[in-house]
Design a protein around this ligand. Sequence first.
Ligand code: SAH
Ligand code: SF4
Ligand code: F3S
Length: 439
Amino acid sequence: MEKRVYIRTYGCQMNERESEGLRAVLGDCGYEIVSDEQSADIILLNTCSIREQAEAKAIGKSNLIGKNREKFVGIIGCMAQNLGETIYKKSPHTRLIVGPNGLEKIPEYLDQLIRNPDRRIMDIAPHVIDKRFAAAHDTKKVKTSVFVSIMQGCNMRCAYCIVPKTRGPEQYRSMEDIIDEVRWLAGRGTQEITLLGQIVNHYGMGKMPSIGGKSPFVQLLEKIQDIDSIRRIRFMSPHPDGFKGDLIDAYGNLSKLCPHVHLPLQSGSDKILRAMKRSYKREQFLSIVAALREKVPTISISTDIIVGFPGETEEDFQMTCDLFDGVKFDMAFIFKYSPRPGTVAERLGDQICQEIKEKRNQILLKKVEQYSKAYNESMVGTVKEVLVEGRARRGTGQFEGHTPEHKKVIFKGTEDRIGQIIDVYIEGSTISTFLGKII
Ligand code: SAH
Ligand code: SF4
Ligand code: F3S
């Protein structure tokens, strides 16, 4: 059997980052990474369990691939951890099941599977963070903007969420390891770093000291600020719970910290927040937003919202709408509640019918459209600093990059501009993209 591997990624940025690391370590172990399914011998699906639909999609895909006996499929990531052995029933040709914390073992497991065509392997045991895997990037493919994962797992128990089950308790990488990784990337041309964690601002909590009132997360931001050739710092996703004064001050003190924050709200009703076991109230959320806007008036604020959580009345939903109108999020992901096995909310059932969920979803999507349009229009006619990331997917001579607020801009450019921060005049916008001209 040849060793050509294709990795398909579902789910969040964490999965994207882990697929990237996996490509790098597989490449080091003699596997060839291909960019299309057809030419691969081994197909790994890096899966997500956040909603039922996410799992159904991956199972469907796996069964489709399974029709071709020449290829073999591995299911890795969150769904592997969540469903374990039952994957063999749902998708019988699957030969490899590995949870998100054991990905570093995949090259070794694939070697064994290639040697023994009748075997299958499952590893969903707890693993401590593997230092080498956590920092693995393909030396030849280091990009201008790179994700750096700083922790694994989540200690919260939001009533609806499966992540603590799929990724286990919080584990933090050491600050030295993270800084070494960022320096290594900076030395290869990376300009922008996005720090990743399920609750990225909980980094180091209870394990590393606060110094001078600064949490380990803010200390880490300061250390990255000091690395000369890194020009921009972002992070995903913080939790309102740990969004304290030191982090808000960082927006005033750290010139490289980008003026965009993705701050998941979930609901604007205190009753629902309590039922969801989110640890803040709407007023706290609003005061974080006010403090951020005081520091950086033009800051872009995006969020996640769940509609149709058990017990969500019209009144509760109205409170979410009111909060949305107050904050005017310029981007938001709206999710319809999906009961997940093993979560606290599972036993509450799925009380809100699809029709109401859909209606609430549409109402909020309209608001997202309205506020993102207003935000976008306010940018048209201005000049923005854009970090040129590469060629745009479409259009000859078209390049793309992001503004500090994380808005995507497409413009006519040249190859030599990649990796530079340039001034772009914003000529127009669609819902999610801007069209610009280099000045
Ligand atoms: N760690 C991040 C969220 C990760 S999951 C945080 O706490 O902010 C991404 C988003 O998926 C969540 O913010 C939530 O809005 C949504 N989500 C999680 N579980 C869900 C479920 N059971 N049904 C619908 N949406 C869900
Ligand atoms: Fe899930 Fe809550 Fe943890 Fe986010 S904070 S990953 S929503 S349990
Ligand atoms: Fe999905 Fe796992 Fe990310 S459940 S959202 S891939 S942490």
